[in-house]
Design a protein around this ligand. Structure first.
Ligand code: HEC
Length: 124
């Protein structure tokens, strides 16, 4: 075998092994929409994605579908982000019924603030 071939295989194996260790907690499982920062996406993925995605709840995904976020116009993204911050501040979302069954996905106050700060960034 040629030397470069062996180097490539060694490199590939190294990447496979290290990548198994460097995925920290909270790393998004699904690809985040391009303009939602990872730190905000991690919250949506854990607390909202079950319903607000292609595989989600019909009513929920018709109004807000993170799998379609990239195709929303900037105006629509701003409007949805405004609604998201509002719904989380008012504790309307995630729905309380859902939180009863999944208490561990309730966003913390710090997480709600992070989401609303993100809205502030988009509004600029
Ligand atoms: C158990 C399923 C479920 C989960 C989890 C959930 N939602 Fe919803 N959401 C819904 C449903 C159903 C609707 C539509 C009915 C309504 O407006 O009350 C909705 C509507 C919304 C709306 C209104 C959309 C619009 O523009 O009118 C926003 C914003 C929203 N959700 C944000 C969130 C956020 C943010 C999270 C996570 C923190 C979340 N939801 C988690 C079910 C869910």
């Amino acid at each position: 075998m040629k030397k470069t071939g062996r180097i490539l295989i060694a490199l590939f194996v190294t990447i496979m092994i290290t990548s198994a260790f460097i995925i920290p907690d909270g790393t998004p499982l699904n690809d985040p929409p391009t303009n939602i920062p990872d730190s905000v996406w991690a919250i949506f993925e854990i607390s909202c994605y079950d319903c607000h995605s292609n595989d989600g709840n019909g009513m929920a995904k018709a109004k807000l579908n993170f799998d379609k976020w990239n195709s929303y116009s900037p105006e629509k993204q701003l409007k949805k982000a405004t609604n998201i911050c509002q719904a989380m501040q008012d504790q309307k979302m995630p729905p309380s019924k859902y939180l009863k069954k999944n208490p561990d996905v309730a966003p913390s106050v710090a997480e709600v603030i992070r989401v609303c700060n993100w809205l502030g960034e988009i509004e600029k």
